[in-house]
Design a protein around this ligand. Structure first.
Ligand code: PEP
Ligand code: CO
Length: 467
């Protein structure tokens, strides 16, 4: 008989998981990355207003996502999780939203075709308006101001007025989340995502892409497959006609998350009804801190970003705290280690979780461990440091992830990308071989560099060969 020795951390984590929880019990814990709101009265008035507005998603949808994630963990489905690093208020317009859906639909089509699995689509949208930052202040010349934390909190312009956190922006963000989600739901209901018409998802600027032929081959093959099944069954394949999108954002600004945490009739527990899938960022994931305390009490499935510094003991304790009943579909571990670190850092974690028989869905985020700074010459020939990522590093991390999971006998059940349907030049490499001098041409992200449409589709074509 094997006797398992429990570590003191794990015992403490499990005991705390049994303590009473309230939507505001996080307040007694250290909360990192929170804005310094200048006026509590104004903040509380806004939070009260948000709490009284109707929710954005329903508990039924959240439950459905959880069961789909459980299926992905056992290899029956595959998760495609992607979108902007941060949404902007200015980006809440029809064309960027439809372009984002188009690229996610095209990628999922490619992945479905290759894997013969149903793909779950989760967007980083309808609420991804706040960002963790590595410093509190930004200094220009002799002036230091609070750093820009995303459109929910303050504005990017370098002035005291713009950078002072403004709670009214939370309300604007909630409204824009609702507008975004309303548009997405209407598009999906109106047949935009109909598999019989994938030509609706083509993006204008990509007609001459070197990838167009390979993509068209896949679309044609799927069209023929659908036709074949329909001929056989004598009906249109209704389940395949409609595809769904779920929403996600980083669970970061806890005042806001609390305001949107509710109970619902006929179901037990508390639900964060601002999104289907909140995730715990790499900078706020300490076991005893406020974000973990908040997340342990809600019913939603939870993503956990896992960087190369995480130890197996910490990860096991986090799972015990956040999922004491070991419910399938509850925990998604999103590793983001970097192409140069994953080979050493991931195998011990995968083995420890598998050995402890903890049910999780493993997902690879090959973006956040591969960010680097390069010097780029601007029009005035001054050199500025620009954040970028290399296509080759992103792909190398993904390929290693597939190999590590295969070797451990675990399932890599999904991928996580920062991408956009726009023709930006933020990441280097890919089919068109973007280089440093291209970065200045169309660099629009105010935060992390995203794969453009073509790079994202190429990534899907390459991942498809491995799934
Ligand atoms: C992100 O997903 O945009 C992010 C900040 O990730 P991480 O917490 O993994 O750094
Ligand atoms: Co990011």
């Amino acid at each position: 008989m094997q006797v398992q020795v429990l570590s003191p951390v794990l015992i403490a984590a499990s005991l705390r998981a049994m303590q009473p929880w309230t939507a505001d019990s996080w307040r007694s814990r250290p909360a990192r990355q929170q804005p310094a709101w200048p006026d509590d009265r104004q903040l509380n008035a806004v939070l009260g207003e948000i709490g009284a507005l109707p929710p954005l998603v329903t508990s039924g949808e959240i439950t459905e996502l959880k069961s789909q994630l459980a299926a992905a963990a056992s290899g029956e489905r595959f998760l495609l999780h992607g979108g902007d690093c941060a949404e902007s208020f200015a980006g809440c317009r029809s064309s960027p939203i439809t372009n984002q859906l188009k690229i996610l639909l095209q990628m999922s089509l490619v992945l479905t075709h290759a894997s013969r699995k149903r793909v779950i689509r989760i967007g980083r949208f309808a609420g991804q308006y706040a960002k963790p930052r590595s410093v509190e202040l930004e200094t220009q010349g002799r002036v230091s101001l609070p750093v820009y934390r995303g459109d929910n909190i303050n504005r990017p312009e370098f002035s005291l007025a713009a950078r002072t956190p403004n709670p009214q922006l939370l309300l604007r963000g909630y409204e824009r989340s609702a507008l975004t989600l309303n548009f997405i739901r209407a598009l999906v209901d109106g047949g935009f995502a109909d598999l019989h018409h994938p030509e609706q998802w083509n993006l204008d600027w990509v007609v001459h892409s070197p990838l167009a032929a390979e993509y068209k081959r896949i679309v044609d093959a799927i069209g023929q497959g659908l036709q074949f099944m329909e001929t056989l069954a004598g009906v249109r394949v209704h389940q395949m006609q409609r595809v769904d999108f779920f929403t996600s954002h980083e669970c970061l600004v806890l005042d806001l998350e609390q305001a949107q945490t509710r109970q619902v009739p006929r179901r037990s527990g508390w639900w964060n009804l601002s999104t289907h899938f909140p995730w715990l960022g790499a900078r706020t994931g300490a076991l005893e801190d406020a974000h973990v305390e908040y997340l342990r009490g809600i019913e939603n499935p939870i993503g956990i970003k896992v960087n190369a510094d995480r130890t197996a003991a910490e990860l096991i304790a986090l799972c015990a705290r956040l999922n004491p009943s070991r419910e399938a579909g509850r925990i998604v571990l999103i590793h983001r280690m970097g192409a140069h670190q994953i080979a050493a850092a991931l195998p011990p974690l995968v083995e420890a979780i598998a050995h402890a028989k903890i049910p999780v869905l493993w997902v690879c985020d090959p973006m956040h461990g591969n960010t680097e700074l390069v010097l780029v010459k601007t029009a005035t020939l001054a050199a500025v440091a620009v954040k970028t990522r290399k296509f080759a590093h992103i792909l190398a991390e993904l390929e290693q992830a597939f190999e590590i999971h295969a070797a451990a006998g675990t399932v890599l059940g999904g991928v996580h990308f920062e991408l956009t349907g726009e023709n930006v030049t933020e990441c280097m490499g890919g089919a068109r071989g973007l280089v440093e001098s291209d970065l200045a041409r169309a660099y629009h992200s105010s935060l992390d560099p995203r794969l453009n449409y073509e790079q994202a589709l190429e990534m899907a074509l390459l991942v498809a060969r491995r799934v």
